[in-house]
Design a protein around this ligand. Structure first.
Ligand code: HEM
Length: 500
């Protein structure tokens, strides 16, 4: 079939889908809601969806400016995306029962989980439940163990040289965070085995690529493609093969130690074995899913921090002085939880970077699994996506004075008796990098530990600058609603004298 014929066929299928949906109940519910980015007429809203692909962040900002305090909608190819900016309505959405408004369901749709991860919505809800429970209540990796992994991987990533050397910022952060995170997920030595790390990376890449392919196809073609394009089992089979001996060793350790197994909270694998998970394929799935949630989010956040630090030697000097006072100098520094908690300027710096850079334009996207009525009278119909305009809210002067400027010490809070412990992992209705409420990211405390340790290590052991002594952070890239720190730029690093 010629390309042009295929194009007309796909366009006709979309047109029919839109025309039929126009008269559906869901469309009627949202009839009165202002539309941003294009017309809401039958078929023509297809152009709004194309507009959104090209300029998502701008459309969302336009909507926020025009309808702040209310709601608006933007067309997607097969549904509406509703934005809620009223804090009271947002609170109602956060408190909504999960069988009505669901974040895992939105994620499952977004990555086309049935075809890219091999399980339906029930599976997704199950794995998220397991992870929430394990990450918030059981897994407790020690900073000493993470330090061990971090220093070994920095040894591989960073040049051991007293001259300035370039390193690719994003891919180096990814390598580091992949190893540190997997130390907390599967433990040593598996966390640093190249074949295992390759299997994890292949899985993540195949989910992201698969999501693009499957989202471009009309729903009825997806199962047909899945018959000959198996994205899931090759990755899963590899992970199972590599995980099995480590799983068996943990089961044996657990059996020998009984109820008082000292390693039970060291990593996620041990926690799951201690909670009697005995299906290694199930364990492999959990490990792949947790990597998907943890690794790119944390490594991109670290890259954004690195670029900012590299752009300003004075910020490095201030944060280094704080780190030396709290942890000790260079290779002799002690990275324990109490000392890390004293890094209040660093905490503020990372929080400001998460506010200012963020991960994109959307906050806490949920899919309506049933009709959901808000107190304003608006009914969010089943099948609709609902989100908050994260970036617009983070840069709004009413939420953060001079919100469009990066102010590294914006969040430093006074120390002293009775002062709350400062942590950038604490969420609020206007600070949303980790979401807020009962579905807020359950890995945020672990992410905070990794980000603080890695940044403090770099400050204590290395000088950092941008290529050409630039003082402007390299521009980020936008992939529809996702904002990714520049993936091509290098930072220059030079070992500091006191390193052992
Ligand atoms: C800086 C790093 C990270 C950022 C910015 C981030 C951000 C987020 C956000 C925005 C959500 C959705 C929250 C919502 O729907 O309200 C989320 C969910 C989640 N995150 Fe993270 N995350 C990070 C690191 C991690 C890490 C390290 C882990 C695991 C150790 C993790 C595990 C999860 C899981 C399992 C969910 C799903 C929770 C649910 O739907 O209930 N994340 N994360």
């Amino acid at each position: 079939m010629e390309l042009a014929t295929l194009f007309y066929l796909v366009a006709a299928v979309y047109a029919l889908t839109w025309a039929s949906r126009r008269f559906s109940y869901a469309e009627q519910c949202l009839e009165g809601l202002p539309t941003v980015g294009g017309p809401s007429l039958p078929f023509f809203s297809f152009f709004g969806a194309i507009h959104f692909l090209a300029r998502a962040n701008k459309l969302i900002n336009d909507g926020y400016r025009k309808y702040k305090g209310g709601c608006f909608k933007i067309a997607q190819f097969n549904r509406w995306l509703v934005f809620v900016t009223d804090p009271v309505l947002n609170e109602e959405l956060r408190k909504a029962p999960e069988d009505q408004m669901s974040s895992p369901a939105a994620l499952h749709q977004y990555v086309q989980g049935l075809y890219t991860m091999g399980f339906g919505l029930d599976g997704m809800l199950h794995y998220i439940d397991v992870l929430r429970d394990q990450l918030l209540r059981h897994v407790n990796p020690s900073p000493a163990m993470l330090y061990d992994e971090m220093s070994a991987s920095f040894q591989d990533i960073l040049p051991q040289s007293d001259d300035w050397k370039p390193i690719p910022a994003l891919s180096s952060s990814l390598k580091l965070i992949l190893r540190m995170s997997n130390r907390a997920f599967v433990g040593a030595p598996l966390c640093s085995e190249p074949e295992y790390l390759d299997a994890v990376m292949d899985f993540m890449n195949s989910v992201f690529k698969g999501a693009v392919i499957y989202n471009c196809l009309p729903a009825f073609l997806r199962p047909l493609l899945a018959r000959w394009l198996d994205l899931v089992n090759p990755c899963l089979d590899r992970a199972v093969r590599l995980l099995t001996p480590h799983y068996q060793a943990r089961v044996a350790e657990h059996a020998a130690a009984g109820a008082h197994w000292p390693g039970a909270a060291d990593d996620l694998l041990a926690c799951l074995v201690a909670s009697d998970v005995r299906d290694v394929r199930e364990l492999a799935r959990i490990m792949l899913v947790v990597n998907l949630a943890a690794v790119h989010t944390t490594s991109q956040s670290l890259t954004a921090v690195l670029y900012l630090l590299a752009s300003r030697p004075d910020w490095q000097a201030a944060l280094r002085a704080e780190a030396e006072a709290a942890l000790g100098a260079g290779a002799g520094a002690a990275y324990d939880r109490d000392a890390l908690a004293r890094l209040r300027m660093l905490d503020s710096f990372i929080q400001e970077s998460l506010r200012f850079n963020g991960m994109g334009a959307l906050a806490s996207t949920k899919l309506a699994l049933k009709d959901f009525a808000l107190s304003s009278g608006l009914v969010i119909p089943k099948g609709t996506l609902v989100s908050g305009p994260l970036r617009a809210m983070h840069l709004d002067d009413e939420n953060y004075p001079d919100g469009a400027s990066f102010q590294p010490w914006r969040f430093v809070r006074p120390e002293g008796e009775g002062a709350p412990r400062q942590s950038f992992a604490t969420t609020s209705p206007t600070y949303l990098p980790f979401g807020h409420g009962k579905t807020a990211c359950p890995g945020r405390f672990f992410a905070a530990l990794e980000l603080k340790m890695a940044t403090a290590f770099l400050l204590l052991n290395y000088d950092i600058k941008l290529e050409g002594d630039a003082t402007e952070v390299p521009p980020p890239s936008w992939f529809i609603t996702a904002r990714v720190p520049n993936y091509k730029a290098n930072v220059l690093v030079r070992r500091r004298e006191q390193t052992a």
